[in-house]
Ligand binder design. Sequence first.
Ligand SMILES: Cc1ncc(COP(=O)(O)O)c(C=O)c1O
Length: 387
Amino acid sequence: MHQSIPMVDLKAQYERLRPFIDAEIARVIESAHFIRGPIVGEFECELAAFLDVPYVLGVANGTDALQVAMMALGIGPGDEVITPSFTFVATAEAARVLGATPVFVDVDHDTFNLDPTKLEQHITPRTKAIIPVHLFGQAAPLKEITAIGSKHGIPVIEDMAQAIGARCEGKHVGSFGDVGTISFFPSKNLGAYGDAGAVVTGSLELYERMKMIASHGSRKKYYNEIIGVNSRLDSLQAAILKAKLPYLEQFNSERAAAASRYDQMLEDLEDLDVIVPRRAPGCTHVFHQYTIRVRGGSQLRSELQAELKREGISTAVYYPKGLHQLPVNSDVEIPEGSLSVTETLVDEVLSLPIYPEISEKDQQRVVDALARAMKSLADENAVGSRA
Ligand SMILES: Cc1ncc(COP(=O)(O)O)c(C=O)c1O
């Protein structure tokens, strides 16, 4: 019996970095500075240097990062916030928590990212932010999006939860918009061992405002000036992230190498209606996910997943619904047919196991199992249609 192949293998990464991670954790425990200890500032400075951005503020998670950024931009009831319809719920959720309305823009078939050609038509006098999401690790078309933002005087928040280390024309994502928001959820390319996040910005004014908001709306202890939240990056998480950061580039290139191997291995399956992820020109992809498209509908996809599971191979569907299709957003008005790409993708996407340590042998097992399952399901369907 083969060993199972998970979507992500966090233990393998820990084994590679164990002495560094353990040493940083021990340093925090010995110092007993668990909340905003010096290590948080050290990590924020190191991350700012890595991303080549002036300011980084650690917060409690990636969803808070979005909310804190929106609060700092003064977003509230009556405002509209533009987000892609094909993404994780957090962008729309943070807008709604603040009483703002999410406005969904369709994505590009090939890159899964916000389609800039469909953006401008959604801008109204109420639009207070545009939030591109660098989905699955592929940098979104930032030049086009920030140009539209500047033309209309609308701030851009880059949700870079899945794409730390990705670049557009040589510059890191997160350094194009007014704010970049990061999640260090354990499975992310730079993952903590619990919840953690950050905001990054080039504006001192926004940095100071976000810092105040994330500290109960206060700059001085027990002197609260505005409504804020409690959102801190804790010292133990900062220790783990600090130990891992120097290896992020290496891990990202190992992910990209694994993705290229999948591309080659999957070449023959293109005839069976499997489409490998495309890369956007001028921007890099750090492969948080390796997401293929399988033509044939969500039923076929579920059957494929079940077949792979029987062989011990994990797969995942990110995401089975567009944000506009979720019950929580059923009150958001959507012009008929305006999100058709998202509605197709949610039935086609299938993410395969990817992590820096995945071996070529395991990838071949994934692809062989996928090929067998595709063929047997195609044969079954052929027999079924003859019967
Ligand atoms: C695109 C995107 N945005 C935001 C988030 C939210 O991050 P967190 O889980 O740290 O709150 C995630 C993470 O899961 C994400 O993938």
